[in-house]
Design a protein around this ligand. Sequence first.
Ligand SMILES: *[C@@H]1O[C@H](CO)[C@@H](O)[C@H](O)[C@H]1NC(C)=O
Ligand SMILES: *[C@@H]1O[C@H](CO)[C@@H](O)[C@H](O)[C@H]1NC(C)=O
Ligand SMILES: *[C@@H]1O[C@H](CO)[C@@H](O)[C@H](O)[C@H]1NC(C)=O
Ligand SMILES: *[C@@H]1O[C@H](CO)[C@@H](O)[C@H](O)[C@H]1NC(C)=O
Ligand SMILES: *[C@@H]1O[C@H](CO)[C@@H](O)[C@H](O)[C@H]1NC(C)=O
Length: 443
Amino acid sequence: MEQFLYETLPFILGLLCVLLCYLYYVHAYNRPQVNRNVSEDTDAHKPVKEQQVLKVTSKPKKIPMVKKKEVKDTYSHPWLLFNLKGHSGEVLDLDFNSNGKQLGSCASDRSIMLWNVKAFVEKNPRSVRNNIEFDNATQIKWSPDSKAFILSLEVANTIQVYKVVKKTDGSLGNFEMILNFPTAHKADIINIGIACNGHFIMSCSSDTSIIVWDLKGQILATVDTLHINNYYACVSPCGRFIASSGFTPDVRVWEVCFSKTGEFKEVKRAFVLKGHTSGIYHFCFSNDSSRMLTTSKDGTWKLWDTNIEYSKGQEPYLLKTHSHGINSKCICALSPDGRTIAIASLTASDVFFYSSITGDLQAELKEIHPDPVRCMLFSPDGQYLIVAVGKHIRVFHNVPGFENIILGLEEAKRNATNVSMKDRLQSQILEAKAILNTFGKTS
Ligand SMILES: *[C@@H]1O[C@H](CO)[C@@H](O)[C@H](O)[C@H]1NC(C)=O
Ligand SMILES: *[C@@H]1O[C@H](CO)[C@@H](O)[C@H](O)[C@H]1NC(C)=O
Ligand SMILES: *[C@@H]1O[C@H](CO)[C@@H](O)[C@H](O)[C@H]1NC(C)=O
Ligand SMILES: *[C@@H]1O[C@H](CO)[C@@H](O)[C@H](O)[C@H]1NC(C)=O
Ligand SMILES: *[C@@H]1O[C@H](CO)[C@@H](O)[C@H](O)[C@H]1NC(C)=O
């Protein structure tokens, strides 16, 4: 017996070895693939740690699983502050509340997210997320008091009002639907808006209609824009006007009139922006409604002075125009102070910055994503440009805006009549130049 054992032991041990190797192999093979490309992920600090773990561990069991991502976001740029991540479908619309501390976003995965962006310097701002039942929200707009927001729904093709629940510490809580407007548009709703004075809500569809509603969802007026097709419409930041553009080469501006006691009177024609030679894809206002920016199929953008008394016969005045060189649908954004212009094609992911002081191209952000830009806006303090592109919301420093602030300060310095004023402006110029330097730019 002993003899037999001595003779077969090496063989049995060998067999065991082979078996163990086999088991190990099967185990390793069936284990989910570990993404070894994690360090390519630019925004994550965690994956770097996980990669270090990969190096020191030899036992496959201990390797932490890395959640698979469909497409890795490897974009980086010195002006990129961070990405707001959380949507898993294409981001469709963005809106800041009136004090600029909260951003709302909606996406084609039925999700709505509200972001606490009080200070953009705090990375990873806190957010709340909720889904719309059986529908996508295509537009989002905050109510003037930031206690609610309205959405336009893709399938229902109407407006819903949501109440935002604030937590006791003032941070954002969840939100719930409180009102569903009747369906009234025959064509798809392309934009919505709320007047900052809380007097009315506007919705615009891709045919030629605009509906003016009261806050309870009653129709106050229906406007036929006569654009053949509407491309865009919005409420002016001052809450007095609605404006629309479309296939025809003009922007039409209406005043929504209320009596002193707040009763709706009428929607009457105010003024028209005339000068483009083709349809106007998009336009926007400066924050005090004194400037308007338009971008057209004719290959140009135009900046207008709309600080006029139209009832006395004053016409909007064309301040600047420049070719944007985009031969597809494009959108624009105007910084709150009206000095910086951003233009992007809806079929590409490049963003172009122009100065409205000089009219010239200042900078471009090339190919910021594999998907095209969907919408963009400047933060209310003018310091950032926020771009919705694919599933991402990219927050960029508005570096061209600093250059334009310097141009403005230099002009004010030339105008200044005394030494102390000149000195104060000079130190502000130096401060702004120092900020520019941190982005590798000199002015
Ligand atoms: C990492 O992934 C990127 C794209 O996701 C790819 O271009 C690159 O070749 C990959 N690198 C390695 C080392 O696999
Ligand atoms: C929301 O939009 C996505 C992408 O366009 C689409 O796949 C999905 O069916 C839509 N959901 C609803 C409920 O319409
Ligand atoms: C517009 O924006 C500028 C610059 O951010 C700010 O100083 C000004 O107060 C804003 N005006 C309004 C009406 O919001
Ligand atoms: C400087 O003066 C010119 C005309 O004298 C005026 O048009 C411009 O608005 C002034 N600029 C500033 C920043 O005060
Ligand atoms: C200097 O000029 C500014 C306007 O340019 C004026 O507001 C200020 O009062 C002046 N200061 C003195 C000391 O004259």
